[in-house]
Design a protein around this ligand. Structure first.
Ligand code: HSE
Length: 411
């Protein structure tokens, strides 16, 4: 029998315990032995919980219990999660986690520690919730050189954008709904400002390109400045706005990575991923594009990935299967502005003068229109150029005010 401890009894943690009981028979037949939750660590009290005998508040009980061989860290955050996970690995216990902040900040170090101590550090649940992505990338696509990873990596923002696009629901109301449904982070600004998606693209890029990509090296923009006007202009261009995380390998081996809202053609695969669903596109030299799709957040989808890691470690039977990537100083990531794209621009100014300026700086722009468009508002899409080139041309524009800029991508 394998005895496990679960650190945290929030949305994901309670899902892990529930799923291990709900599917006990099939899980144990796949794992090859019984799996028992011995401890649940949480500082809060849960007087109505059926697992009263399992709750503890002292982490050291888990660390020092030789019966515990696998620990699920589902608390989130860096502190104390990092210290807990490191000491568990050092004491010979395998760890599975859904904590993308931890993996994005400390993945290289924790993978090394796991390898040194012949235990496993798995994090299937850290990206894409219930979507299998880490193991498929690491194992099933192992024969490929991956040139690009891109996706809709945050369920909360995708839910909000879907509500804005399909129901013209105000941003705040959609966010509240996402929080009620258990999709959002404890601090929802991590979702809305793109930091959660940034952590996930860092994990995927580290895995795809073999060197740790740190969040501070990845340009990140969220969706909080988007308006229903931008949504309407995108619609007139046959597009939708999605929050995209992307990382591409450049010919010299360095990568460009960024998170930002982007306009995608309504006919593209990623454009049709709605609500809390996530979609991840991997471009391999042998496979071409492979797209993974599923529920990117929520209790049982995320718990499904955590429990799958527990089953895998149980089967691995005291060997280290941990994947690994090299640490980096951050110089593996190039300036994201080198990446070319088309750009949607919304400007305000005297319309006749603005059109002259736009023609002078951008040549033949593709103008967009929306219902209720004020006379002094102009929106258009540029030809393809790097973002440095865009900056240069914007500097030359005179007497008009830039109100929004959104990249137009062709996924
Ligand atoms: N807040 C995250 C999301 C949870 O909305 O995608 C899953 O990582």
């Amino acid at each position: 029998m394998v005895k496990v401890a679960v650190l945290g009894h929030g949305t994901v943690g309670s899902g892990v315990v529930e799923l291990l009981l709900k599917n006990k028979k099939s899980i144990e037949s796949r794992a090859g032995q019984e799996i028992e939750v011995k401890y649940i660590l949480d500082l809060r009290d849960f007087p109505d919980s059926p697992y009263q005998d399992k709750f503890i508040k002292d982490f050291n009980i888990i660390l020092q219990d030789p019966e515990i061989s696998i620990v699920a860290e589902v608390m989130g955050g860096l502190s104390p999660a990092f210290d807990y996970v490191r000491s568990l690995l050092e004491s010979g216990k395998s760890v599975v986690t859904s904590n993308k902040e931890l993996v994005a900040a400390k993945g290289a170090q924790l993978l090394k520690t796991a390898n040194q101590h012949n235990v496993n550090f798995f994090f299937e649940a850290s990206v894409g919730g219930g979507i299998p992505i880490i193991r498929p990338m690491h194992q099933c696509l192992a024969a490929n050189e991956i040139s690009e990873v891109a996706g809709i990596l945050n369920g909360t923002t995708n839910f909000i954008l879907t509500k804005m696009i399909e129901e013209q629901m105000p941003f705040d109301q959609a966010l509240q709904l996402a929080q009620q449904l258990g999709y959002a982070e404890r601090d929802p600004s991590a979702d809305v400002e793109g930091h959660d998606a940034c952590r996930k693209i860092c994990i995927l890029a580290s895995l795809a390109f073999g060197k740790h990509v740190y969040p501070h090296t990845v340009h990140t923009e969220g969706i909080s400045r988007l308006s229903l006007d931008d949504v309407a202009y995108a619609d007139s261009f046959d597009g939708v706005i999605k929050l995209i995380g992307r990382a591409r390998r450049l010919p010299g081996g360095k990568i460009v990575a960024a998170v930002y809202p982007a306009i995608l053609s309504k006919h593209s695969q990623l454009a049709n991923i709605n609500d809390v669903f996530n979609g991840i596109l991997i471009r391999g030299d042998a496979t071409g594009d492979v797209v993974f799709y599923g529920r990117g957040a929520g209790k049982l989808p995320t718990a499904s990935a955590v429990v799958a890691d527990i089953i895998d470690i149980t089967k691995a039977n005291c060997t280290s299967k941990s994947l690994s990537w090299e640490d980096s100083s951050g110089d593996n990531v190039e300036d994201y502005k080198l990446s070319p794209s088309r750009f949607y621009l919304k400007l305000q100014g005297d319309p006749a003068e603005a059109r002259k300026q736009i023609a002078r700086c951008f040549g033949d722009a593709e103008y967009l229109a929306r219902p209720g468009q004020p006379a002094d508002e102009l929106a258009f899409v540029t030809e393809e150029m790097t973002e440095h080139e865009l900056d240069r041309r914007l500097e030359e524009l005179q007497g008009v005010q830039l109100k929004s800029m959104i990249r137009v991508l062709d996924y």
